[in-house]
Design a protein around this ligand. Structure first.
Ligand code: NAD
Length: 479
């Protein structure tokens, strides 16, 4: 049975009947056959979103009522956590418990933004006697969302929830690598009372559906999450129509560990930051900067962890699941070869697992690369796999210099017992988020998230994200 698009509240086939297969990366088998949205389908979806917006089915609804529908969506996600987590795990490969967390975080986005739907306020501006001046924050209109494959339901919810809370209508294009849970989110929205056209889900390829959506003259805003190259292309398309874009791009985030840190805590945090989701995380802590005198103590701990991790099919709930595709697996292998050719030394992993039962999936072992210097490609480029580049430093100045020697600036972690050192470094780091003695915070739904430099612009998560989905109107009255 083919999984259909969701346009104007209905499940529909692609205009040309086309489909694609979504592959389970744990086994290499076809998980589902999915309708492949064409340019004509994107037109239909944008038209239906427009009609929903202009007909005030959503934007004209009392904000508290919008919030109630979103609360129901949050509860429905929680009620279906096991089913959705298993689907996500099969579609993307991530361990079941990580998939469960993703669904719970998606539910939390709807809960957080449901509570804000009736609290999006303007200002009054003092102009002096005889004037009343006020601002209102109006929904921006049709909000287009292009989502990557690595956290499908979590990243989908991260953009959709604030857009809906603001009164916008949405066209969401999930990645063709992992489209399944976005379709379930669309069904949940309809079942919970979203009017037709408010949330359209159009799986398809980047080259057709993605291009058609990003270049569409009737979208009013675009939230793109993905790679830098595609982000640049998408921003150019949107610019042709003067459509504002939120850009959530890649990273090469440093975890910076001083010798005075709690080494067990740091090892746990550093390992989790790179091996979660098999390193396929925009905010992965993919560079470890370690104070030279603590190198041995930390790397021994990390190697012990890496070597003891069980790699296996997502639904068997291993420590680490597969890579999303054969292509991505080969990219990771190439990077390890590049790193060793540049002089890096493999301290753990470095290859596919030898377990024959994993032969049909796309697996790679948790990998540590030592003796990496800041200019090497493995220290500069986003590998998007379970490969940690380890660099040594001698003092805080050097740590700050290496940390900032990157074209990215998404997240960073600092591990030390000295709060003065931590604060001094936090102020020098060029990144959208800095964590001290932790890395990530349970999904960080409440915390503004986004990039410096080539990691992007605009902010998602938290109250900051509402700025992208509203526009300010000033009303000035002379009396
Ligand atoms: P990608 O850029 O290849 O694809 C992202 C999305 O864009 C997909 O839906 C894809 O179909 C679509 N797309 C591809 N080509 C397109 C085109 N020409 N026009 C319009 N749309 C197009 O990224 P990916 O491989 O799916 O995901 C990995 C990348 O995403 C990594 O670089 C990662 O760092 C980044 N990412 C960033 C964040 C963040 O919040 N900053 C989160 C997750 C992933």
């Amino acid at each position: 049975m083919t999984e259909l698009l969701i346009i104007n509240g209905e499940r529909v086939a692609a205009s040309d009947g086309g489909t694609f297969d979504s592959i389970n990366p744990s086994t290499g088998d076809v998980l589902a056959t999915v309708a492949k949205a064409t340019k004509a389908d994107i037109d239909r979806a944008v038209d239906s979103a427009h009609a929903a917006f202009e007909g005030k089915a959503w934007g004209g609804m009392a904000p508290a009522e919008r919030g109630r529908i979103m609360q129901r969506m949050s509860q429905a996600l929680r009620d279906r956590v096991e089913e959705l987590a298993e689907l996500e795990s099969r579609d993307n490969g991530k361990p079941l418990r990580q998939a469960r967390t993703d669904v719970q975080v998606a539910a939390r986005y709807f809960e957080f933004f449901a509570g804000i739907a009736d609290k999006i306020m303007g200002n009054t501006i003092p102009l002096g006697p005889g004037y009343l001046d006020y601002t209102v924050r109006e929904p921006i209109g049709v909000s287009a969302h292009i989502v990557p494959w690595n956290y499908p339901i979590q990243i989908g919810a991260r953009g959709v929830a604030p857009a809906l809370a603001a009164g916008c209508v949405v066209v969401l294009k999930p990645s063709s690598e992992s489209p399944m849970t976005a379709l379930r989110l669309g069904e949940i929205g309809l079942a919970c009372g979203l009017p037709p056209g408010v949330l359209n889900i159009v799986p398809g390829t980047g080259s057709e559906a993605g291009v058609a959506l990003a270049s569409h003259p009737r979208i009013n805003q675009l939230t793109f999450t993905g790679s830098v190259d595609v982000g640049v292309a998408v921003a150019k398309m949107a610019a042709e129509n003067v459509v504002p874009v939120v850009m959530e791009l890649g990273g090469k985030s440093p975890n910076i560990v001083f010798a005075d840190a709690d080494m067990d805590l740091a090892a746990q945090g550093v390992a989790n930051a790179i091996f979660q989701n098999a390193g396929q995380t925009c905010s992965a802590g993919s560079r470890l900067l370690v104070e030279r005198k603590a190198h041995g103590a930390l790397v021994d701990r990390l190697a012990a962890r890496a070597n003891s991790m069980r790699v296996g099919p997502g639904v068997s709930d291993p420590d680490m699941g597969p890579i999303i595709s054969k292509r991505q697996l080969e990219t990771i292998e190439r990077y390890v070869q590049v790193g060793t050719a540049e002089g890096a030394h493999i301290a753990a992993g470095g290859s596919r697992p030898t377990d024959a039962s994993l032969g049909r999936g796309f697996y790679f072992r948790p990998t540590l690369l030592e003796s990496v210097s800041p200019g090497m490609r493995v220290a500069q480029e986003e590998i998007f796999g379970p490969v940690l580049a380890i660099l040594d430093f001698d003092d805080l100045d050097e740590a700050a210099t290496i940390a900032n020697r990157s074209e990215y600036g998404l997240v960073s972690g600092i591990w030390t017992r000295d709060i003065n050192k931590a604060m001094a470094l936090a102020s020098r780091i060029k990144a959208g988020q800095v964590y001290i003695n932790t890395y990530g915070a349970g999904g960080g739904v409440e915390l503004p998230f986004g990039g410096y430099k080539k990691s992007g612009y605009g902010r998602e998560k938290g109250l900051e994200s509402l700025a992208s989905y509203t526009q300010v109107k000033n009303v000035c009255i002379k009396y």
